[in-house]
Design a protein around this ligand. Sequence first.
Ligand code: NAD
Length: 264
Amino acid sequence: MPQLGFGVFQVPDDEAQQAVTTALENGYRSIDTAAVYQNERGTGRALRASGVPREELFVTTKVWNGDHGRDRTLRAFDASLERLGLDYVDLYLIHWPMPHRGTYLETWRALEELRRDGRARSIGVSNFTVETLRHVLDETDVVPAVNQIELHPYLQQAGLRAFHAEHGIRTEAWSPLGQGKGLLDDPALAEIGRAHGRTPAQVALRWSLQLGNVVIPKSVTPSRMAENIDVFGFELTPDDMKRIGDLDKGARVGPDPATFDAGA
Ligand code: NAD
């Protein structure tokens, strides 16, 4: 799995083809979508028209909350593949655990079936807490390849990252730029960036990469897409890493996975 990918949350389907095409032209090879983003068709059109060999692409999509349970998940997976126009995905994720519904274990076992038949090359989860992950590890056969969670300098997720490392689960950071809101105005990121001739966005991404995370920043602006993938030619110092480490405030831009519930 490439350590840096392109996320398409909030990109309308009729703009997704252009956005993903531009991302591929800028060198991105990993694309993160979801059934609920309603842009799998546009994403798939871009992937198929790109001329990039399928084996060089890494495509992730996710089962939405209303499709938990074995049969619904299997049907939702078929529908995602059909919209993408692909015959397999590289990674299929459970989008949210919704622990009080009690459906994620059955859903996970459906993902295990999809992995066995090869149509999902790998399977993982998103927004799982230590508690819900432990339950999956205790009760099912396959260890999730990744847990895709909100993670940026204002929400550093040290506890989950340590749990992942202990169990061989890859940490994937969603909203790695904090959705571009207050985070990118942080004076420390600006100052560190100036020392390296880089932007605050590049510093935030580089910090996450140096922690070992997979990152999937989103932008529909071509110059920002190029900026966000140009993060492999410099290195933050241990002092920079420590300074950014001190920015953690446990502040989410998205919902709390312990309580989040949406989607019939
Ligand atoms: P992000 O942190 O990637 O921020 C994106 C926003 O930041 C852009 O819309 C733009 O306003 C701004 N931005 C982007 N590049 C910039 C730059 N170089 N300089 C200044 N501003 C810039 O937020 P996101 O889109 O929420 O997260 C990234 C991806 O993570 C999503 O597209 C999606 O694929 C995934 N995601 C997953 C979940 C989940 O529940 N699994 C939830 C949210 C997002």
